[in-house]
Design a protein around this ligand. Structure first.
Ligand SMILES: [Fe+2]
Length: 220
């Protein structure tokens, strides 16, 4: 039976098992490679940012499902948790190595690196991304990442320090409602990576994300 264990790479031996998993499934969950203390430290910095400093999304997503979560865009990260940006180049190198893709950092300032927070029944419905690769780093455990692979649908636990590399433009994914406890809300960082020949970002995406528009209104 296909389970999330099939997507978890457990070692760095060569040839990289992570690369093999990615080549086969278009998604791989790396072992918790970031330092646990650093993740906790960053998560607590982020957790106590005032509610009105977050960008709140509460609308209907591209597949008609609700999208309810809070975000910090790159400017918010620069202001409140700038240490996150120190990880960007390292994440890019890791992602290049594992995926073999000709990846570059996002040329789109605001969306290049975002923190996402899912508290209580926050959720994000089934959708595809527009950027060629998503690198997700979990800082605090809460709702899992649900990925619909060819072989079946799996929930990847949001274990702090874990990095998931995913072709989110090809695999439908979502965030189901998670635990309701304040301290177990999921906090994660999305690094949006592009390729040298694909840096397109349709305007409707940012209207949805940062102006809280529904998919229907944003694409009108
Ligand atoms: Fe996504």
């Amino acid at each position: 039976m296909f389970t999330s264990t099939d997507l978890i790479s457990t070692s760095y031996s060569s040839p990289s098992p992570a690369a093999k998993i990615f080549a086969r499934h278009k998604v791989v969950a790396m072992p918790p490679v970031m330092d646990r203390w650093q993740c906790n430290h960053t998560a607590s910095d982020v957790r106590f940012i005032r509610n009105d400093e977050w960008i709140r999304r509460e609308a209907v997503g591209s597949q008609g499902d609700p999208a309810r979560f809070s975000m910090l865009d790159r400017a918010g990260i620069e202001k409140y948790a700038p240490g996150i940006l120190d990880w960007e180049d390292w994440i890019l190198r890791l992602a290049r190595e594992v995926t073999g893709m000709d990846l570059i950092l996002s040329p789109w300032y605001r969306s290049s690196v975002n923190v996402r927070k899912y508290v209580g029944d926050d959720t994000e419905g089934r959708h595809l991304d527009t950027q060629p690769l998503a690198a997700l780093l979990f800082l605090q455990q809460g709702a899992p990442l649900r990925v619909e692979c060819e072989e079946g649908t799996v929930d990847i636990e949001s274990i702090p320090g874990r990095i998931v590399l995913m072709k989110g433009d090809e695999l439908i994914h979502s965030v189901p409602p998670g635990p309701t406890d304040f301290y177990s809300c999921r906090i994660g960082v999305c690094f949006n990576l592009y390729t040298t020949d694909n840096t397109a970002r349709p305007a409707y995406i940012d209207k949805m994300l940062y102006e809280n528009m529904s998919y229907e209104d944003a694409t009108r």
